[in-house]
Design a protein around this ligand. Structure first.
Ligand code: ADP
Ligand code: MG
Length: 394
């Protein structure tokens, strides 16, 4: 733990009075735009017998922690998510409520409890041992990709069955333990139920901006209520500001980028497709777009103008570009994977380089995920029944 982190931990412990009576904070494990996550030891785990965690459920032998002998007690770790005070109370409540709703699905990191001290809310989750995506995406075998995707779709099926859109599916929000071939979905900060009120009224704003807007307007209200002399303009014509959600934009489905008003759980399947594309091309992040238009253009590079025009029409939008480098029909995913993995022919006489059979199967599956028309995209349940995931290769 370096000095900066130690200082941050100390500041947190001092500001959240009483937190260190219950938890010993060990390290900072995540720092994002909307929260900081700490690894901590639950000092009172064995005092409560209604506490469970993922490993206990996994082993299937479920003994009341209170009955565990003192000598065989192992330390119990949790992840403490400190949600930034700029997040709107509705958003915080939403995240906690959805997590609570999903508490019985094995593949979603369950909420143990949550605390509030003044304006600070923390969520406590079981600590899930996992590897950093950057440490394994470059050398994952196709057989390992199958297991990864299977685990991801098991999680998504559970979420989607409850009509919840995760909205932020990406490697840092799917904690994967490759020794157990098992992962859990985290971060329901942008998640919402299908057909949610704010989805309908604010549908033209991408999720992160929406979150930022809510926070921003609350901040403005607070400022007005306070002694600040600057007043907030009634009709704010400034374009909404973007919160920096690096890496997320590249995972957005075309219908999200096209600001479709009826978004469903199927948007998450596109994001899962981007993860598989990342694994197959060994490029992370695969897309680097600076904004939504850029993101649409990156997709156009692959799928071509014609598909994008069709996709736009589905949502009552017109897609036009005068950039000559985008081809009408785009490029095949096979070709893109060959390019990205350096298997292109420079010598015309050399034998044509091809994907191996397993990769070809992966690509066939990938086409079902990266389907621009949401109505034709594969669901999590269908994905789990797809030969790519059901076939056994041992
Ligand atoms: P944010 O909204 O800031 O992205 P997340 O819920 O995604 O917050 O958590 C940020 C990071 O913290 C994750 O990418 C992961 O590395 C770590 N993390 C979150 N929850 C857990 C957990 N239960 N176990 C282990 N690490 C976690
Ligand atoms: Mg996250």
């Amino acid at each position: 733990v370096d000095d900066m982190v130690a200082e941050d931990i100390e500041r947190f412990e001092n500001s959240f009075v009483g937190i260190n009576k219950r938890y010993r904070i060990i390290n900072r494990i995540g720092e994002g735009t909307f929260s900081t996550v700490y690894k901590a030891e639950d000092l009172e785990y064995y005092k409560y017998n209604n506490r469970w965690d993922i490993d206990e459920r996994e082993r299937g032998k479920w003994t009341s922690p209170a009955k565990v002998k003192r000598s065989s007690r192992r330390p119990h770790y949790v992840a403490i998510k400190k949600i930034y005070v700029t997040s709107s109370p509705i958003r915080i409540f939403n995240e906690l409520e959805l997590l609570f709703d999903l508490k019985n699905s094995d593949s979603v990191c369950p909420l143990i409890t949550a605390f509030r001290h003044q304006d600070q809310v923390v969520a406590v989750l079981p600590y899930f041992q996992h590897q950093d995506f950057r440490d394994y995406y470059k050398d994952m075998k196709v057989s390992e990709m199958r297991l990864y995707m299977k685990s991801l779709f098991t999680a998504l099926r559970a979420v989607h069955n409850r009509k919840i859109l995760h909205r932020d599916v990406k490697p840092t929000n799917f904690l994967y333990n490759k020794w157990q071939n098992r992962g859990v979905l985290v971060d329901f900060g942008l998640a919402e139920r299908e057909g949610t009120e704010w989805q309908q009224c604010n549908c033209t704003l991408p999720a992160d901006e929406r979150r930022y807007r809510v926070a921003h307007s609350i901040y403005a209200q607070n400022q007005q209520a306070g002694h600040q002399t600057t007043s907030y303009p009634k009709n704010d014509t400034r374009s909404s500001r973007r919160a920096n959600r690096a890496g997320t934009r590249g995972f957005r489905a075309p219908e999200v980028l096209l600001k479709c008003t009826q978004q469903t759980t199927i948007i998450d399947m596109w994001s899962a497709g981007v993860i598989l594309l990342t694994l197959l091309t060994r490029r992370f992040p695969f897309f680097h777009s600076a904004d939504d238009i850029d993101a649409l253009l990156e997709i156009t590079t692959i799928f071509g103008r014609r598909k994008m025009k069709e996709a736009a029409l589905l949502h009552g939008q017109v897609f036009e570009t005068n950039i000559p480098s985008y081809s009408e029909h785009g490029h095949s995913l096979e070709k893109i994977i060959l390019w990205c993995t350096g298997r292109t022919d420079t010598d015309k006489n050399a034998p044509k380089k091809e994907l191996d059979d397993e990769e070809k199967e992966a690509v066939a599956f990938l086409y079902k995920l990266l389907e621009c028309d949401p109505a034709r995209r594969i669901t999590a349940d269908e994905a789990l029944r797809h030969p790519f995931l059901t076939k056994s290769y041992e």
